[in-house]
Ligand binder design. Structure first.
Ligand code: PHE
Length: 337
């Protein structure tokens, strides 16, 4: 029995198997227990001899099992250490670091400039009331200029804003007739366009509004000149062309001298030397009045620009859809430190 047990223990290769061997030889139904249980049937003089023998065998087997157990446990630890070994001399794996989306970068650049000029950032709802989107901007219900902005209506009175100009009315209203008001408002806008390389049903705008006593067209021109030079280079000049928006009077469109050819004419400016950048004007007295400002005390200017257009011009991007499809190969090109 002793030799058989020794053999069994020797051939064991896991702690689980060792446990089985333990039960088999020393358990309640094991041979040693049987022997000890059967002692009563033995002759008196045989009992101490057999008892001694059984106890010796049990002890011996117990010791071997303990030894084997220690050996197996050491093996498990060894294997664990081996599998968890770290080669500290291996070169590190480079973490992939994200970056701002190009559109976000352009918006930040514009925001930083205007914050430097004393403007603050305002944000407003994309789901807008007809009142702020049109009515308060001097576009009554039957105004023909409403057709210019084919909007996504949700109900008769609620729509996805087709421009960021509703924030002019909302901001003025919040100031309760007291200037100065100086904000820029970046945000998403929506129009019913079929998406192609130059149209998108959703894009972004940055609105600007400055209302105070004695704000003039020359102030608008000064601010826009600083903006053009900041975004497109110190040599840029601007020109204001007459235009029309219901919420500004007079209204203008701002061109910058072409940053590619310097104004001589090239493909970028289609030979004209000028590139159209944004719409602007002096806030219409009706807009001031409807939002609680006295137009004989306060005047102001407003402008609206498209950051996609600015980015496309600046970086020669030909398809507006590049901004929205999140192709990492496109985005990576504009990663900045
Ligand atoms: N909201 C006008 C547009 O979407 C832009 C604009 C803003 C014009 C502010 C004048 C003043 O085209």
């Amino acid at each position: 029995l002793r030799d058989k047990a020794l053999e069994s223990i020797g051939s064991v290769s896991s702690l689980k198997q060792l446990q089985d061997v333990h039960v088999r030889y020393l358990g309640k139904k094991g041979p040693i227990t049987e022997v000890l249980k059967g002692m009563g049937k033995l002759a008196k003089e045989e009992r101490p001899v057999i008892g001694q023998l059984a106890n010796d065998v049990r002890k011996a087997i117990g010791v071997w099992i303990e030894e084997k157990k220690a050996e197996l446990e050491a093996g498990v630890l060894e294997a664990q250490l081996e599998s968890e070994k770290i080669d500290v001399t291996l070169p590190g794996r480079k973490a992939q670091i994200g970056a701002h989306h190009l559109l976000a970068s352009v918006i930040r650049e514009v925001e930083d400039l205007f914050i430097g000029l004393g403007f603050s950032i305002a944000e407003g709802p994309e789901v807008e009331e007809d009142y702020y989107a049109f009515e308060a901007l001097n576009l009554p219900k039957d105004h023909p200029a409403r057709d210019m902005q084919d909007s996504f209506y949700i109900t008769d009175e609620i729509l996805l804003r087709p421009h960021t100009s509703p924030m002019q009315a909302r901001t003025l209203e919040a100031h309760k007739g007291e200037g100065p008001v100086k904000i820029i408002c970046p945000g998403k806008v929506y129009r019913r366009d079929n998406d192609d390389a130059t149209h998108s049903h959703q894009f972004m705008q940055i609105e600007g509004l400055c209302v105070d006593k004695n704000v003039r067209l020359s102030d608008l021109k000064g601010v826009l000149t600083v903006f053009a030079k900041h975004m497109f280079g110190a040599e840029r000049e601007i020109r204001l062309r007459p235009s029309f928006f219901p919420f500004t009077e007079p209204s203008v469109e701002m061109d910058i001298s072409c940053f590619r050819c310097g104004g001589h004419g090239c493909a970028v400016c289609k030979g004209t030397g000028w590139i159209e950048i944004l719409g602007a004007g002096m806030v219409h007295p009706n807009v001031l009045r409807m939002s609680g400002f006295n137009p004989s005390v306060y005047t102001g200017f407003a402008f609206g620009m498209g950051p996609e257009r600015i980015a496309m011009l600046k970086y020669g991007i030909e398809d507006i859809r590049n901004f929205y499809t999140d192709d990492i190969r496109f985005l990576k090109q504009f990663k900045r430190a």
